[in-house]
Ligand binder design. Structure first.
Ligand SMILES: [Fe+2]
Ligand SMILES: [Fe+2]
Length: 294
């Protein structure tokens, strides 16, 4: 299917399935006591001695901060993505479906970032941010990235969030607020994933595989960041665990490693198919946890 056909379909789907979180979500409803904020088995410390040492209330608190961390990373990626899409749109013919779809995706991400921001506030959690190096890198990427590295980085974040949120949306042990936020995001992101996958394949063909060395490195850095910062070390302080101790325990926790591998499996397979994983960036991929082989 060519670019404009895909865009026309995605525009139709956007018209039929778009959600306004202000209307769809009852922001005044109280949180439900005893429900998880991420499914219990997805908590980064689940199954570790540190987890065993937490009270039932602390375990719930930890998952609350974990979902806030995931949402914080989501907002960060979305804010970069909106800038990238606007820059692409700027060069395009506004009468084409492709250009209009790019703008429609910006509108989706606008609503998502407001929704995630409201959720973090409602959960009364801090905004977990990436470190200063990645903040600067994000500013640089937002201002300059084009082509395969742009779409691949987006795809990594979107597909990993998609796997986690699909599961959370279906899990009755999870807070209704988190399930609803996840459901809205999953439905709308399905379009974004489709768009990014097709666009990425096109861009790789256009660039020629041998010219993709720099892209592979940037993509690896995005993978590393997503795997490592999905759960910000700061979340552990919410239950009295030293952030570095908690982060180390999570990294060596077989359950958490399996979560990262599972959440990354689809996008890793796709990027491998396009030969975008390899070269000097491979070490970052390994350390991201998304390959599941180390
Ligand atoms: Fe989004
Ligand atoms: Fe998206």
């Amino acid at each position: 299917m060519d670019r404009s056909q895909t865009a026309a379909r995605l525009l139709q789907s956007s018209a039929a399935h778009s959600y306004d979180p202000d209307v769809e979500i009852d922001w005044d409803a109280p949180l439900v006591p005893g429900r998880w904020f991420v499914p219990q088995h997805r908590s980064s410390l689940h199954g570790t001695p540190l987890w065993d040492g937490l009270s039932p209330e602390q375990r719930l608190t930890l998952t609350k901060h974990e979902v806030a961390s995931i949402a914080g990373l989501g907002v960060w990626f979305e804010t970069i993505l909106m800038q990238l899409l606007i820059r692409e749109y700027y060069k395009q013919d506004p009468t084409t479906a492709h250009a209009q779809y790019a703008l429609t995706e910006v509108a989706d991400e606008c609503r998502h970032s407001v929704m995630f921001g409201r959720m973090i506030a409602k959960l009364d959690c801090p905004v977990y941010r990436v470190g200063p190096f990645d903040q600067r890198l994000g500013t640089f990427i937002a201002a300059t990235a084009t082509g395969p590295r742009m779409y691949a980085a987006i795809l990594i974040a979107e597909e990993i969030l998609d796997a986690l949120q699909r599961e959370a949306a279906a899990d009755e042990s999870v807070q209704p607020l988190v399930r609803m936020v996840s459901r809205i995001h999953v439905i709308e992101e399905a379009r974004h994933v489709r768009y990014a996958r097709e666009e990425l394949a096109r861009q790789v063909r256009a660039a020629g595989r041998r010219r993709l060395g720099y892209d592979r490195l940037i993509i690896a850095r995005a993978a590393y960041l997503t795997g490592r910062r999905l759960i910000a070390p700061g979340v552990y302080a919410s239950v009295g665990i030293d952030p570095q101790t908690g982060a180390r325990a999570a990294r060596s926790n077989p359950g958490h490693r399996e979560t990262l591998r599972w959440a990354g499996a689809k996008v890793v397979a796709y990027l491998r198919e396009l030969d975008l994983i390899g070269g000097p960036g491979l070490v970052l991929w390994r350390r991201s946890g998304l390959l599941g082989d180390q």
